[in-house]
Design a protein around this ligand. Structure first.
Ligand SMILES: [Zn+2]
Length: 656
C-alpha cells in the first residue's frame, strides 16, 4: 500500500500549480479588478459570472453556488478525482516529485507514485495513440487509411498535427504492445480500447482510421474510428470509445483542446459535424472548430462552449453551427433550436453551404478561403429555422401565408424573451409578406383552425407585462442539522458593509489591521458569518499572530505570507460553511489601505460602543438620580463612552 503524500509536497504542488492556468483550461477568465479573475462557474449553470479566481492567493470561489477552495479542490471537483489523484496530476504538470510516507509514519522515503485508475487509463490511451499514429505513418496495411486522408486533402503533416492513427487489422497487435509496456488487460477493457470476445481480448478499433479525442487538458480520453476497409465486419461508419471513467460523450467536443484558446480570443466557436471537418476547418483558418463525438449537440456541450466563450459579463460570444443545406441539416438546426437553452439560442448562428457540402468537401472543392467564407456568411439560427419553415408554404395564396405564419409562430412561441420575440415576429412578417399587426392577430387568434384548446394564445399579445421568469439563484444549501454559514449575498446595512470589508481585511491583509481588532468582542458583529470569521481569527491568535508581510500587498513575500495566513484560517475552520466563507472573502477584490482598515475597525468598535451607550442611557432614564447609588457610576461611564465614541467616529471617517 502506498502511503500518504508528505504535507510539504502537497504544499509544494499547491504553490507551483497556477490556479488561473488550471482553471483557465476549463473556464474562460477575464480580469475583474483587484488581481482577481472572473468566469462562468463550471459547477452550476449561470449566465452572469459569479465564479472568481484569485491567483495571488491560489483560491477560487463561486458566489452563486458557494463552491470554493484551492487548485487541488478545483481539480478534484471538476474531474471527479480523489485528493491523491488530483495532487498527482498537478505534480506531473508542475514537475514536482512526490514523496510518500507509510501509514505508521516510519520509513518515509521517495517512492514511485501510485497511479489512480484515471491516470492509468490516460497513460494507456496515450501509449495507444502513439502506437496508432506510428502505424498510420509506416505500416503497409495502413495505405488505405493514408489514401483516405490524402483524398480529403490531408497530408502527413496534418495527420501528425491531429494525431490521427491507424489500428492494425490484427486484433491483438496493439493490445500486445500495450500489455508489454505494463498496461494490464482489464484496464484496456475499462479504457474502451479492448473488448472481450470468444478468443479473448481484441482491439475494438481494428482495421480503422482513428482520431484521438482529447479533453481540454490535451489528454487523450478516447478515439473516434472510421470504417475504411470494405470487408470490415462492423458495418457502422464510425465507432467511438464507449462511456468510460474518462470518456463522457455528452461533454466531449473533438478539437476543443486545440480550439480552446482561439474560441476565447475570437468569442466564436464553430460546431462542425465530423472529425475531418474539424481538421479541414482548422487547416483552412477557422481554428475555433469543434465537433461532437458520435452524439447530437446537447446542453452539456453548450455549457462547455459557454465557459470557453465568456469574455464579458454579458456573453457576447457566438456559436456557429455548420449544417448541410439539405433536410438533415435543417432537422439538425431545428433540434439545436429546441435543445439548447434560450440565451444560447439567441447567440447561435447557422452557416449553410448551399451545395450541401461539409467543410471538408468544401475545402477540397473550393479551397481554404471558401471555408472561412462559409463561416463569415452565418445567419442567426432563428432566422434560418423560420425561413426553412415558411418555405414549405405557398406564399402566393392568402391561406398559405396564414398557415406559414402559424407554423413560424409555433417556433416563436418557445421563445420566452419578449423583446426578442417581437423582433422575430417582425421577421416572420417580412418573410411571409404579411403586415406585422396581421401576424400578431393571426398568432393571438390561432384557435380558429387549431384543433388544440381554443384559448387565445396570449404570448403574442403586445401589452402583456413581462414575465418574471428570471428567478434569483436560490440559496441551494439545504439546511442540515446545523445551519450552514453563508455570506450575506449583498451586504445591505452600513453595518453589514463595514463587517464585510473588515472580515475581508482580516482574511486578506491582517497585518494592516490595528491590534484593537483583536479586542473587538464577538458581540460587536451582527452577521453570523462575519462573527464566525472574527472568532476564527481570534482562535488562531488574532491578527497580530499573522505572519509578517500578510498585508494584502502584491510583492512576492506579501503574497506568500498572505497565502499562508489564508491556509491557516481554512485549516482551522471547522464550522459548517466557514471554510467557504473564508475562501469567498479571500477571493473578493480588496485594495489594501492602512487608513481604511483602521477606520473600519474604529467604526465597528464605535458601533459596539454605541450599543453600550444605548443600554446605559436607557438604564439611566429608568433611575432616580437622587436615590439610586449606581446612578453616578453609570453616568460617569456614559460620559466616558460618549468620548470614546466621538474619538472612534473621527477615526472612522477614513472609512466612510
Ligand atoms: Zn457556481
Amino acid at each position: 500500500m502506498p502511503g500518504r503524500i508528505r504535507d510539504a509536497d502537497v504544499a509544494d504542488v499547491r504553490e507551483r500549480a497556477r490556479i488561473d492556468e488550471v482553471v483557465g483550461q476549463y473556464v474562460a477568465l477575464r480580469r475583474a479588478g483587484g488581481g482577481s479573475l472572473k468566469g462562468l462557474c463550471p459547477f452550476h449553470d449561470e449566465r452572469t459570472p459569479s465564479f472568481q479566481v484569485t491567483p495571488a492567493r491560489g483560491l477560487f470561489y463561486c458566489f452563486g453556488c458557494g463552491k470554493g477552495g484551492d487548485v487541488i479542490a478545483f481539480l478534484q471537483e471538476i474531474e471527479g478525482l480523489s485528493f491523491v489523484d488530483a495532487i498527482e496530476r498537478l505534480a506531473a504538470r508542475t514537475n514536482t516529485t512526490l514523496q510518500y510516507e507509510t501509514a505508521n509514519g516510519a520509513g518515509a522515503g521517495p517512492r514511485r507514485a501510485p497511479v489512480g485508475q484515471r491516470q492509468r487509463i490516460l497513460a494507456a490511451n496515450a501509449a495507444a495513440q502513439h502506437y496508432f499514429a506510428e502505424q498510420l505513418g509506416a505500416a503497409p496495411e495502413a495505405a488505405t487509411a493514408r489514401t483516405f486522408l490524402a483524398q480529403r486533402g490531408f497530408d502527413a503533416a496534418a495527420a501528425v498535427r491531429f494525431g490521427v492513427g491507424y489500428a492494425p487489422r490484427n486484433a491483438s497487435a496493439v493490445l500486445d504492445v500495450l500489455r508489454a509496456a505494463g498496461h494490464d488487460g482489464d484496464l484496456l477493457v475499462t479504457a474502451g480500447l479492448a473488448a472481450s470476445g470468444e478468443r479473448g481480448l481484441y482491439c475494438r478499433f481494428r482495421g480503422r482510421l482513428l482520431w484521438p479525442i482529447r479533453e481540454l487538458s490535451g489528454d487523450v480520453v478516447g478515439f473516434g474510428a472510421r470504417r475504411i476497409h470494405d470487408d470490415d465486419r462492423i458495418e457502422a461508419k464510425y465507432l467511438n470509445t464507449p462511456e468510460t471513467p474518462v470518456y463522457k460523450k455528452s461533454q466531449l467536443l473533438y478539437g476543443a483542446d486545440l480550439a480552446r484558446r482561439e474560441i476565447g480570443l475570437r468569442s466564436q466557436a464553430v460546431v462542425v459535424e465530423g472529425y475531418t471537418d474539424v481538421m479541414a476547418a482548422h487547416l483552412a483558418g477557422v481554428p475555433t472548430a469543434v465537433a461532437t463525438c458520435g452524439t447530437a449537440f446537447g446542453e452539456e456541450h453548450a455549457a462547455v462552449l459557454r465557459r470557453l466563450l465568456m469574455d464579458d459579463d454579458r456573453m457576447r460570444g457566438e456559436v456557429v453551427f455548420t449544417f448541410d443545406g439539405d433536410a438533415a441539416g435543417r432537422k439538425a438546426a431545428e433540434r439545436a433550436f429546441h435543445s439548447t437553452d434560450e440565451r444560447f439560442t439567441g447567440q447561435t448562428y447557422v452557416a449553410v453551404e448551399p451545395g450541401g457540402r461539409d467543410p471538408c468537401e468544401l475545402r477540397l472543392a473550393a479551397g481554404d478561403a471558401a471555408v472561412r467564407e462559409l463561416v463569415a456568411r452565418r445567419v442567426p439560427l432563428y432566422r434560418f429555422v423560420l425561413a426553412a419553415t415558411v418555405a414549405d408554404y405557398d406564399l402566393d395564396r392568402a391561406d398559405g401565408r396564414v398557415d406559414a405564419v402559424r407554423a413560424g409562430g409555433a417556433y416563436l412561441g418557445s421563445v420566452r424573451d419578449r423583446s426578442k420575440r417581437d423582433g422575430y415576429l417582425r421577421e416572420l412578417a417580412q418573410l411571409t409578406g404579411t403586415d406585422p399587426e396581421e401576424v400578431r392577430r393571426i398568432l393571438t387568434d390561432r384557435g380558429s383552425t387549431s384543433d388544440r384548446r381554443r384559448e387565445p394564445d396570449r404570448r403574442f399579445e403586445p401589452e402583456r407585462r413581462p414575465e418574471s421568469d428570471r428567478r434569483l439563484e436560490s440559496q441551494s444549501a439545504t439546511d442540515p442539522e446545523r445551519p450552514m454559514l453563508r455570506l450575506p449575498p449583498e451586504p445591505r446595512t452600513p453595518r453589514q458593509r463595514v463587517e464585510a470589508e473588515l472580515a475581508q481585511y482580516a482574511v486578506q491583509a491582517p497585518r494592516l489591521l490595528p491590534a484593537e481588532f483583536d479586542t473587538l468582542d464577538t458581540q460587536s458583529w451582527s452577521d453570523p458569518a462575519f462573527a464566525a470569521v472574527a472568532g476564527l481569527v481570534a482562535g488562531v491568535g488574532g491578527v497580530t499572530a499573522a505572519p509578517d508581510g500578510a498585508d494584502g500587498g502584491s510583492g512576492p513575500t506579501a503574497t506568500g505570507a498572505g497565502r499562508a495566513w489564508v491556509q491557516t484560517l481554512r485549516t482551522a475552520a471547522t464550522e459548517p460553511g466557514l471554510d467557504a466563507v473564508v475562501t469567498a472573502l479571500a477571493v473578493t477584490a480588496l485594495v489594501p489601505d492602512v487608513r481604511r482598515s483602521d477606520g473600519l475597525t474604529a467604526r465597528l468598535a464605535g458601533i459596539a460602543v454605541g450599543s453600550r451607550v444605548a443600554v446605559v442611557k436607557s438604564q439611566l432614564q429608568r433611575m432616580r438620580p437622587d436615590t439610586e447609588p449606581r446612578y453616578n457610576k453609570l453616568f460617569a461611564e456614559l460620559i466616558g463612552l460618549e468620548a470614546q465614541r466621538r474619538a472612534l467616529r473621527e477615526r472612522g471617517l477614513d472609512a466612510q
